[in-house]
Ligand binder design. Structure first.
Ligand code: AMP
Ligand code: MG
Length: 398
């Protein structure tokens, strides 16, 4: 059995590159860019009016002009005609290209329009109300870098530069495998000795949040069945998330079968609660990583967030630093295991605080819904109120 820190380090030392894939722009939110993006034209691409009003040449102001003959009108999207002279103006709308010979825009609110003339009502700064061509980024500038996560703002930039196909990091092909003779589908009415499988659905929902569509499989506790099906799964997927069958029970066949199938055991059993019997390994030829979590729903849930998510992030080139929270309650860990304690963290005056959720042990699935993460408490560690403790979020903290 190894300490939590060692297990965590081993997991992060065994990340996996899933390659890249080209996606349609609209399918790329949430993904990680695998290419640098350059501006195909200036940002903005022309001198752009930022107000509705008139465009004039500031030289006219120096000559004392305050009244300008309206020569025409230019709207956003229309081809501008050049400004005729320093005593004329063109009505211009926000987003329109400033006409040749014009260099200043005066908004309607600062004008009086009468007899086809615009008369200034307020002092004018030469050059005002124009978003200058290339003032944000020049043509050819790098506007987004490889490794950037694509959110709505990045989508806007990608659309602006005409990237209809975006090269992003590929996500792992993932299978979720529930094991156990006692498990039945949620649609079934379990016999008294059976339970509905929840881990499969919890994991697939959690993966969906990461943009990963997974395949759900179920193996009974049958050596031959597991050996055959697991052998196939190892060839088909990048990652297997197994739950159950890794403890000391008579029917916990997974550790032996995995090794028999050529999966190298990187560790089995960690000094932690929940999730002590966690088995982690890699099939080198198939390049498949195996996370075999204990079946207890609380253990599976914690292990996924503690180990799998940081592994996934690192595999995709992102580092996530878990936050720290101030304890609202003392906690003393009397055992020589790292504990992942269900807690609810919240922001108070810009700092994170956490209340412990007092559930009924790691089998208590319902208390997980009251938590938004796990406190990480070291072996035999005593904490008092106000101590700063690492926190692994399972939801967004608000
Ligand atoms: P195991 O790790 O196989 O010894 O299972 C530990 C406990 O978790 C048992 O009570 C199982 O019935 C339960 N369990 C295992 N797999 C699942 C699952 N997919 N969904 C819900 N409970 C499960
Ligand atoms: Mg089992």
């Amino acid at each position: 059995m190894i300490p939590f820190e060692t297990a965590f380090t081993i997991v992060l030392e065994n990340t996996h590159d899933f390659g890249t894939v080209s996606l349609k722009l609209e399918d790329s939110p949430g993904r990680i860019l695998a290419e640098d993006i350059f501006a195909d034209r200036d940002f903005p691409p022309f001198d752009r009016a930022t107000r509705d009003g008139i465009a004039i040449n500031a030289a006219g102001l120096e000559q004392g002009n305050t009244s300008f003959a309206i020569q025409g009108i230019v709207a956003a999207g229309s081809t501008p005609v050049p400004l005729e002279n320093e005593t004329s103006c063109v009505e211009i709308m926000t987003g329109a290209m400033v006409p040749e010979n014009a260099d200043t825009v005066v908004m309607y609110e600062h004008l009086e329009i009468k007899d086809k003339k615009a008369v200034l009502q307020k002092p004018v700064q030469p050059g005002q109300n124009i978003h200058k061509i290339g003032s944000d980024q020049g043509k050819g500038d790098k506007v987004l870098g490889k490794g950037t996560k694509i959110h709505a703002a990045e989508i806007g930039v990608l659309a602006s530069v005409g990237k209809t196909g975006v090269l992003v990091r590929e996500l792992p092909k993932t299978a979720i495998i529930a094991t156990g003779n006692e498990l039945v589908a949620p649609s079934e009415t379990p016999k008294p000795h059976q339970v509905r499988t929840s881990n499969s659905y919890t994991l697939s929902a959690a993966l969906k949040k990461e943009g990963i569509a997974s395949v759900l499989l179920h193996f009974p506790d049958d050596w031959e069945h597991i050996q055959e099906q697991l052998g196939q799964a190892l060839q088909h997927y990048d990652v297997l998330l197994l739950s159950g069958g890794v403890s000391k029970g008579k029917y916990d066949f997974l550790p032996e079968v995995l090794e028999k199938l050529g999966v190298t055991k990187l560790f089995h059993k960690v000094q932690q609660r929940p999730g002590k019997p966690f088995w982690f390994g890699k099939h080198h030829e198939a390049n498949t990583t195996v996370f075999a979590f204990p079946g207890n729903p609380g253990s599976t849930f914690a292990s996924y967030h503690v180990y799998f998510l940081p592994w996934l992030s690192k595999s995709l080139g992102i580092t996530i630093q878990p936050p720290k929270v101030y304890l609202e309650e003392a906690f003393s860990n009397e055992i020589a295991l790292t504990r992942f304690i269900r807690a609810f963290a919240y922001l108070k005056e810009g700092q994170l605080y956490a209340n412990i959720i007092h559930g009924n042990g790691s089998g208590d699935l319902t208390s997980l819904t009251q938590a938004n993460g796990f406190l990480v408490i070291g072996p035999e560690k005593e904490h008092t109120i106000g101590d700063l403790v690492p926190f692994i979020p399972t939801q967004n903290i608000v």
